[in-house]
Design a protein around this ligand. Structure first.
Ligand SMILES: Nc1ncnc2c1ncn2[C@@H]1O[C@H](COP(=O)(O)O)[C@@H](OP(=O)(O)O)[C@H]1O
Ligand SMILES: [Mg+2]
Length: 259
């Protein structure tokens, strides 16, 4: 069974895990909103957000799923703590942490479950934008081709745009959609505000696991930029690149990238 099969919305296989991912992403988001509203902007707020969100998520996962392994951006990166785990939760307690520190709304909480190396459930909360999505209840996004005239709305990292953007700009009339944080950019594709989320040059499994799970569950194609399935639960959580788009657009961008 592929990750996309497991992630079909409403799949009973992981519906309870998707509901837990949603509950924990929402509760962590509320905790962070409260922290943001009672602290001054700056690095101390950012670090406190990372630490408090990590502490809450790991405590709750240990209580609710005591037999499962956990990989968190703020936790132990020792691969021995998760190597060979049948069930692995991959969490980014605060994605877009610098925006959180500054006081923007473009940050979120990612909670994903990987079963035997494949995404099985996930949820993304972006509380400042009132957004909460999960892989079991996300509305399917209908496939449709590149807009007439070849216009493509593309969202990329603002601070570290991918070098592959040049090849996409040669093939399409690109309009950049400015968003920070991986979950926020994925939401932009789910909502049709962007056609493509393209990234290269580095990320980690926690940055993209939950966004990819939700995107795949909605019927988007979410892969590495060579079109292959994204691996999860590796000893090294480095996860260099991704491409998320509606299937027809994903195929057109892969072609433009020569993959
Ligand atoms: N080149 C790179 N190397 C490592 N991490 C990167 C990266 N580019 C983006 N990221 C991470 O991906 C997330 C989204 O970044 P961006 O908004 O620039 O697209 C951020 O996660 P965190 O906020 O959890 O650190 C950021 O640190
Ligand atoms: Mg992140």
């Amino acid at each position: 069974m592929s990750a996309a099969d497991v992630l079909t919305p409403g799949s009973p296989a992981t519906a309870e895990d998707a509901a837990l991912a949603r509950e924990l992403a929402a509760a962590t988001g509320e905790l962070l909103l409260d922290l943001r509203d009672r602290t001054p902007p700056g690095r101390d707020r950012e670090y406190a957000g990372d630490a408090d969100a990590h502490a809450y998520l790991t405590r709750e996962l240990a209580r609710r799923r005591p037999d499962d392994a956990v990989l968190s951006e703020e936790g132990s990166l020792d691969p021995a703590t998760r190597r060979g785990a049948h069930r692995l939760w991959i969490v980014d307690p605060l994605d877009g942490s610098s925006g959180f520190g500054r006081g923007t709304d473009e940050w979120g909480v990612h909670v994903a479950l990987v079963v035997d190396g494949r995404l099985a459930a996930g949820a993304v909360s972006v509380p400042g934008m009132g957004a909460l999505v999960d892989s079991a209840t996300i509305e399917p996004v209908p496939d449709s081709p590149v807009r007439p005239g070849g216009e493509l709305a593309v969202t990329v990292s603002r601070s570290r745009p991918p070098s592959e953007l040049l090849a996409v700009e040669r093939a399409f009339r690109v309009r950049l959609v400015k968003r920070s944080a991986a979950g926020v950019k994925t939401l932009a594709v789910l909502r049709g505000e962007a056609d493509v989320y393209l990234h290269s040059g580095g990320q980690y499994e926690w940055d993209n696991a939950a966004p990819m799970a939700v995107a795949m569950a909605a019927g988007l194609r979410a892969t590495r930029i060579d079109g292959t399935e994204m691996p999860y639960g590796q000893d090294d959580p480095y996860s260099p690149d991704l491409l998320i788009a509606r299937p027809a657009v994903h195929a057109a961008v892969l072609e433009a990238l020569g993959r």
